[in-house]
Design a protein around this ligand. Structure first.
Ligand code: NDP
Length: 355
């Protein structure tokens, strides 16, 4: 049997594509990754994607922070005839907003409710040169499909220190926009590692919550664009630690309490008291399994070949979410392009008389 649509990925782009594809009666099959694969654990490419590694998600529309039940009461009146499924007194309603894993689990469930099939396998090889396309899984099984939606995301680069690993979600993060607002970072000195546009942007963003922000820069200059670098360097709350790298993340077992910095000029070290460390040292898109068969930009992100379409260099292959986005990288923008990819795949199948 040849599938109509196969979706590879497990984040907001993949599940949104699955919701749309299943509602379009395309019977999509999603490969969400192998949860037992240690490489996936290290790379953050487990089922449910990057969001499964975060805590509260406060910027996804429809999920405000706080008491969800109270919010629903104000947003949707119990006697509203347009909302017959009102469950105001359901004791199981969560009283918080939503966290990353919950949001992803709900999206996956929504896709399953419409008939999406989900397999916990890693796609390790693809043949996109011949139609239908052939995908090979880590267990050696193969699947053939007329269209493919690649939504494998990107993983944040970390420094690779064991102490950094230990304090992930306890003060170590790679997303200021996602985590900066959390109480553990409030009114504390924080550190951002990196000197690119992301680092400058994250440092500037964190000044809203932190008492002070240190930028840890390994050279004596920024990589960021002049305007972004100047905005950060001129900010009264930001201090740049030039020619330094992080040697160790220090903590009290529960949260980060500081960093040991090492000079890149000599052997000197120093300790810096901070309540959090944000890595902004770039991302790596998850495209290795494609073995160069889909065109990417210099940084390895899949390129869309038509403006405002999810088409890739291979006819019938579509890309959505962070794997094709080195700029916005937000859950809601990934979900949007996932929707677009499903509609593009549906139209492709219609055009080829396959639906
Ligand atoms: P970049 O690759 O531009 O910068 C990565 C930074 O991390 C560099 O300063 C690099 O140092 C540093 N770094 C890398 N590895 C280490 C390490 N092990 N230890 C310490 N420092 C390290 O990535 P960005 O995510 O900042 O930007 C990616 C792209 O997205 C760029 O094209 C950027 O312009 C764009 N972008 C644009 C924005 C905007 O315009 N609003 C916002 C964010 C990103 P070094 O300089 O020494 O190599």
């Amino acid at each position: 049997m040849t599938e109509k649509v196969v979706i590879i990925g497990s984040g907001p782009a993949a599940w949104t594509a699955a919701i749309y594809a299943s509602r379009a009666q395309l019977n999509p099959l999603v490969f969400q990754g192998d949860p037992t694969n240690n490489k996936n654990k290290q790379n953050g490419t487990l089922p449910l994607g990057q969001l499964a590694l975060t805590t509260e998600v406060e910027n996804f529309p429809s999920w405000p922070s706080g008491d969800t039940r109270a919010y629903l009461k104000t947003a949707l009146k119990p006697d509203d005839p347009d909302f017959p499924y009102w469950v105001a007194d359901d004791k199981d309603q969560p009283t918080h907003g939503i966290n990353g894993p919950e949001l992803m689990a709900l999206m996956r469930q929504q896709a399953k409710n419409f008939g999406t099939r989900v397999e916990s396998k890693d796609v390790v090889k693809v043949d996109l040169k011949n139609k239908p396309f052939t995908l090979t899984m880590h267990d050696g099984s193969t699947v053939q499909t007329h269209t493919l939606i690649i939504a494998t995301g990107a993983r944040a680069n970390y420094l690779g220190l064991p102490s950094e690993e230990k304090y992930k979600n306890k003060g170590v993060s790679a997303c200021a926009v996602c985590d900066g607002f959390l109480p553990i970072f409030r009114n504390k000195p924080l550190a951002v590692v990196g000197a690119g546009d992301s680092a400058c942007e994250e440092a500037t963003y964190l000044t809203k919550f932190a008492s002070k922000v240190y930028m840890i820069v390994r050279r004596d200059q920024m990589r960021a664009s002049k305007i972004m670098a100047e905005r950060a360097m001129k900010h009264p709350k930001i201090e740049v630690k030039w020619n330094r790298v992080v040697d160790e993340v220090l903590g009290n077992e529960k949260v980060v309490t500081g960093l040991r910095l090492k000079s890149t000029k000599d052997d000197s070290t120093e300790e810096l008291a901070v309540g959090g460390m944000f890595c902004a040292i770039g991302h790596t898109p998850n495209v290795a399994f494609l073995d160069g068969q889909v065109k990417t930009n210099e940084a390895g992100y899949i390129t869309w070949t038509t403006v405002a379409r999810t088409y890739t260099s291979v006819d019938g292959v579509f890309a959505a979410g962070d794997v094709a986005d080195d700029y916005y990288r937000q859950a809601v923008s990934a979900a949007g392009t996932g929707c677009m990819a499903a509609l593009d795949a549906e139209r492709w199948l219609g055009h080829h008389g396959l639906v």
